[in-house]
Ligand binder design. Structure first.
Ligand code: FAD
Length: 380
């Protein structure tokens, strides 16, 4: 396996990195610990999409940028070093767009896909509920047929982009063992949302979405009746890899800050970089970051080849997100008391990393996926 970027990829990544530092960072800096407002989110998306962030996974002939998953992932990693919050916002919108591309009717795509891929609409995917997290099949949100389409009733929780989304791909129960995806348009069909106050990544919306008997037309079914769970599981491979890219970006930023600080701070008569135990911390951080990268790149390159990567994506997600918690904590340690000060970015990296072990399969659920793949025995 060769993950060395080609000359073309390298040029694209260099151009993107310059753009991120020059044009994205000054905006996202303002929203380090507060929600990126909807207007700013649209503006950032519109600027990023030409580089492939926000529309990279959808083929060119369908209006996307048509990147392979590895290249797209590398772009997200670069962005997440500067703003994991905006990276999350963009990939959740991109996730909704790719679900629409893969499973939407021609009429639905005609109405929504182009606008999602242009940054005019912000999307999200709603699966989790207050009482339903890891056990998706227990979901209560239901859709029932009515004269003019389907009526959706229920509450979704912990939904990324909830407060600023224009459209939501919602998974609802349509039968005892049947789950179906519907596209719901906030302006046309109406849904309410409420933001949840949380530990970190506070530029990125996370909230509740309420469907109070919302009626959508038949054509808003995505992937046919009963096709929702299969598409959701397929989407998890993608989202596990992309969440891992956020973890890599945050870990990279934390390691870079720690190296920089160790090269400036003197204690006991020398630079702390010259203390062996500081070198040990830095060495372990670098080793775990590189190992996480290799796992994530492997899963992404399998997706690029059209291969399923359930096991590899689960492994990558566990290692990269748990690794980010450890790496950001070690970066705080290298900084001593400065590491916990809000004057430095370390405590923010740590808070952001801590969130990532939970979504798209907690560490434990991903361990169970691995266990099932290794033994052939399902423990959940
Ligand atoms: C930052 C963030 C973004 C999110 N974005 C979205 C989104 O866009 N859309 C969406 O639908 N959801 C989203 N979620 C929700 C996320 O998918 C759920 O939080 C996740 O699936 C876990 O569900 P839960 O929080 O209800 O925990 P629970 O399922 O209640 O789990 C609680 C604890 O029990 C453990 N556990 C559960 N079952 C087992 C088992 N069988 N064996 C061993 N341990 C088990 C879990 O690992 C966890 O430690 C997001 C969450 C976060 C934190």
């Amino acid at each position: 396996m060769d993950f060395e970027p080609t000359e073309e990829q390298r040029l694209a990544l260099d151009g993107w990195e310059r753009f991120v530092r020059r044009d994205i960072a000054p905006v996202t800096e303002r929203y380090r610990d507060e929600l990126i407002p909807k207007e700013a989110a649209h503006q950032l998306l519109k600027q990023s999409i030409p580089y492939g962030v926000g529309a990279g996974w959808v083929p060119e002939e369908a209006g996307g940028v048509g990147l392979d998953f590895l290249t797209s992932g590398l772009l997200y990693e670069v962005l997440a070093r500067v703003s994991p919050d905006f990276a999350g916002l963009a990939f959740v919108t991109e996730g909704a767009a790719i679900k629409l591309h893969r499973t939407g009717s021609p009429a639905l795509k005609e109405r929504y896909l182009g606008r999602l891929l242009a940054g005019e609409l912000i999307g999200c995917s709603a699966i989790s509920e207050p009482d339903v997290g890891s056990g998706v099949r227990e979901m209560r949100t239901r859709a029932e047929p009515v004269a003019n389409g389907w009526k959706i009733t229920g509450e979704k929780m912990w939904i990324s982009n909830a407060s600023i989304a224009d459209v939501v791909v919602v998974l609802a129960r349509t039968g005892e063992h049947q789950f179906t995806n519907f596209l719901v348009d906030r302006a046309e069909h109406g849904f309410r949302s409420a933001e949840i106050s949380k530990l970190g990544l506070n530029g990125w919306s996370l909230g509740q979405i309420f469907f109070d008997g919302v009626v959508v037309p038949e054509e808003n079914i995505m992937g046919g009746l009963g096709g929702g769970l299969r598409e959701t599981m397929h989407g998890f491979e993608r989202s596990r890899c992309f969440l891992s890219m956020l973890a890599l970006g945050i870990s990279h930023a934390a390691l870079a800050a720690a190296i920089d600080y160790a090269g400036q701070r003197h204690q006991l008569g020398k630079l702390i970089a010259g203390h062996q135990l500081i070198q040990s911390l830095l060495a372990e951080m670098a080793m775990n970051l590189d190992a996480a990268r290799l796992l994530v790149y492997r899963a992404l390159s399998m997706m690029s080849k059209g291969q399923r990567c359930e096991k590899e994506a689960a492994m990558a997600k566990i290692f990269a997100t748990e690794g980010a918690v450890r790496i950001t904590s070690q970066a705080i340690q290298v900084h001593g008391a400065c590491g916990i000060s809000r004057e430095f970015p370390l405590e923010r990296y740590y808070r952001g990393a801590r969130l990532l072990t939970i979504p798209d399969g907690t560490t434990q659920i991903n361990q169970l996926i691995l266990g099932r793949a290794l033994t052939g025995v399902a423990a959940f």
